[in-house]
Design a protein around this ligand. Structure first.
Ligand code: NDP
Length: 292
């Protein structure tokens, strides 16, 4: 195994520590506590775990955490009314509606009802447009976390060939946009891409956001490339449940220059970036300089 293992867990802990320090400074200087509201509709077990972790880490950073749990059959109008209340609440600087929403809801309408200044997930169409035009946006947490790891691993990314496998609105597309904004030459691959293996072999930066366990093999990786594995897949193996990524870690680690593990890579960065975005939203709302 030749690759350097990128320690997302340790990096995320550093980000959370810096957020906590900035929160303490804001409290001392202005008496204001950044607040994050998380809305969960229904009882999806994975979503419940994510929401619980978000609440714990929000409080650990010294922020206020407001959790709203609604039954799965809640009418959409009721959810929109809650979002309107949170938009108007000055103690709430960030609003996150946990996805996926139950089938009777229109997720786009719900996300676009969030005040874009409080849209700490960065999914509101206004933030998507701001990011796409290189303006100051709320940036989706998972791709933002990946970018932080890449900058730390590689420094300047300009001119590098980046291949992003996956074109979802929450990971693949914003990831590609962020890399383009860093002056990478970006290709987005998806289920209809031809010769995916050959394309991946051209990548100096390979980001996998597919949702298919170990789909990206070691011999798809260019020697020395930096591999970012966003995938979180739960599989049964040797009689137990394991979390694995979209990349065949053992195979890729023998070829890559650096690689994120699963777990302990991108995953912890997502909540750390959520806290950082909430702090940013609080600073912007009050006209204060934004933290680094
Ligand atoms: P989606 O299912 O929304 O998107 C998956 C993408 O992968 C699609 O664009 C799809 O292409 C593409 N794809 C599927 N099969 C293939 C294939 N055989 N070859 C090439 N491309 C393929 O997933 P998400 O973007 O929401 O999530 C991706 C992964 O990241 C999941 O494992 C998820 O659990 C994980 N994740 C991790 C997070 C974290 O915090 N670390 C946060 C969010 C997600 P097409 O568009 O053509 O269908």
């Amino acid at each position: 195994m030749g690759a350097r293992i990128i320690d997302g867990k340790g990096f995320a802990s550093g980000v959370r520590g810096r957020v906590a320090e900035a929160v303490a400074r804001l409290k001392a200087a202005h008496g204001i506590t950044p607040g994050l509201a998380v809305v969960l509709v229904g009882e999806d077990p994975a979503s419940q775990v994510y929401v619980r972790n978000k609440g714990v880490q929000t409080r650990e950073a010294g922020m206020a955490s407001f959790e709203h749990k609604l039954p799965a059959e809640t009418p959409q109008a009721e959810l929109l009314a809650l979002i309107a209340r949170l938009n108007a609440d000055p103690a709430v600087h960030g609003i996150l509606v946990q996805l996926p929403l139950p089938g009777h809801m229109d997720a786009e309408a719900v996300i676009n009802a969030i005040d874009p200044r409080k849209d700490v997930d960065g999914f509101h169409v206004l933030n998507v447009g701001l990011l796409g035009t290189g303006q100051k946006a709320m940036v989706p947490c998972t791709p933002l976390g990946c970018l932080m790891l890449l900058r730390d691993a590689l420094g300047d990314l300009a001119g590098l060939n980046a291949v992003v496998v996956g074109r979802s609105n929450i990971v693949g597309k914003p990831m590609a946009q962020l890399l383009l904004n860093e002056s990478c030459t970006v290709t987005i691959a998806h289920s209809r891409t031809r010769d995916l293996a050959g394309l991946c072999r051209s990548a100096d930066i390979l980001v996998a956001a597919v949702g298919r366990p170990r789909m990206i093999r070691g011999d798809w990786v260019k020697p020395g490339a930096t591999v970012i594995d966003v995938g979180i897949n739960r599989i049964e193996e040797e009689g137990r449940t394991r979390l694995v990524g979209d990349v065949d870690f053992e195979g890729a680690a023998g070829v890559a220059g650096a690689i994120t593990p699963v777990p302990g890579g991108v995953g912890p960065m997502t909540i750390a970036c959520l806290l950082a975005n909430t702090l940013t939203a609080c600073c912007r709302a009050n006209g204060w300089p934004e933290p680094e």
